[in-house]
Write a protein that binds this ligand. Structure first.
Ligand code: PLP
Length: 359
């Protein structure tokens, strides 16, 4: 395409998980929360709907103040985004120029690579150890690496690395480390305190998962004010609308709702993990709201099982990472939906799966 920059014409573009709003499918493929958001969110949106004739607060400061109280950081350390993907885009645009490199673990969130491609920049994937820990490759010296994205917990595996290991990693890097905490509310710990401890550590969060607001599009970054000041130059002036600012402010103030919902999801996650293991899958301990399921010597089993589940009304995510392999990522649903999905997996394995796995 003659009018378009070469790097855009040559890139494939990020492909997100299948979305279906028709209710024809039970969605266990994009790590949404199966429960409705806090009641306070709906009330806040109804109230904010009366002020839509006015532009929103450009920095989302009502949210920054509410979040600052809950998280124990100053509002000047917070920048709001239209989903955390917006945050990742803003940070990449500000830090990674053409010819520079973005570093990311492999396998992890596929969007990071697309963000480097948009910049006309390079990217470098570094492998986890076999037990999903940081390896020496993560801290390999390279002055051309300008940003490191590290999801913790990781997607698609749900595995986590310890804050001390991330601190040690940041100390060896000559660039900022952005810890993508999209799933941190499902973990036993998070890395927010590290932002105060090291100038090159930042943390991003989203309301799409634990707060059950994927349709709202709201996320935020916690970083030093000197960095935030620079990132603000890059973002759209009004990157978050008035409804999402009001809704996210109400959501973060309802920590009781969050605790209860996360507890339910963790209990279902334990059940999903146990059952998938009993069915013969290898499933790393998940610290997120999904599990990563790999059948030994699977052949085409993952892909076939994905299709079988889809035919039966259940969407899960079949992910194939060249050089690493494929597997199925299954989001934690309600107890009922999770059990129905598990029953389908069991039926499939009993009926046909073992044949396509060559077992
Ligand atoms: C690791 C990770 N980071 C960020 C996101 C983006 O979330 P948001 O909906 O806030 O853009 C996702 C979404 O699936 C994710 O898996």
């Amino acid at each position: 395409m003659q009018y378009v920059r070469d790097n855009i014409a040559q890139m494939g573009g990020y492909i997100s998980g299948e979305q279906s709003q028709t209710g024809d499918f039970i969605k266990l493929n994009t790590n949404e929360n199966p429960y409705p958001a806090s009641e306070r969110v709906r009330e806040a949106i109804a109230k904010a709907a009366h002020t839509l004739n006015l532009y929103p607060n450009a920095m989302g400061t009502p949210f920054r103040k509410a979040a600052a109280e809950v998280l124990g950081v100053d509002p000047s350390w917070i920048m709001c985004g239209n989903g955390s993907d917006d945050i990742l885009t803003i940070v990449t645009r500000a830090l990674v120029g053409e010819q520079n490199k973005l570093r990311l673990p492999y396998p992890s969130y596929i969007l990071y690579k697309s963000l480097a491609e948009l910049q006309g920049a390079q990217w470098e994937e570094v492998d986890y150890s076999s037990d999903w820990k940081i390896t020496d490759a993560f801290s390999r010296p390279d002055d051309n690496v300008k940003l490191f994205f590290l999801p913790n917990p990781n997607s698609p595996t749900g595995t986590t690395v310890l804050p001390d290991d991330l601190l040690a990693l940041a100390d060896k890097l000559s660039c900022p480390l952005l810890i993508d905490e999209a799933y941190a509310d499902f973990n036993e710990f998070n890395c927010l305190e590290l932002v105060k401890q090291r100038p090159n550590i930042m943390v991003s969060r989203t309301f799409s998962k634990s707060y059950a607001l994927a349709g709202l599009r709201f996320g935020f970054l916690v970083a030093r004010p000197e960095l935030i000041e620079q990132f603000v130059k890059v973002k759209d002036s009004y990157n978050c609308d008035a409804l999402s600012i009001a809704a996210a402010s109400a959501a973060i103030q309802d920590q009781d709702w969050l605790r209860q919902t996360v507890a339910k999801i963790k209990a279902t996650r334990a059940h999903l993990t146990d059952k998938m293991r009993a069915l013969g899958f290898t499933v790393p301990d998940s610290h997120a709201n999904f599990t990563w399921n790999v059948f030994p010597n699977a052949g085409t089993l993952h892909k076939d099982l994905y299709s079988y589940l889809k035919q039966n009304g259940y969407l899960v995510r079949h992910m194939d990472y060249p050089g690493y392999g494929d597997g199925l990522r299954i989001s934690v649903g309600t107890d009922e939906d999770t059990d129905r999905c598990l029953a389908l997996v069991e039926r499939y394995l009993n009926d046909v799966g073992r044949r396509s796995a060559g077992a």
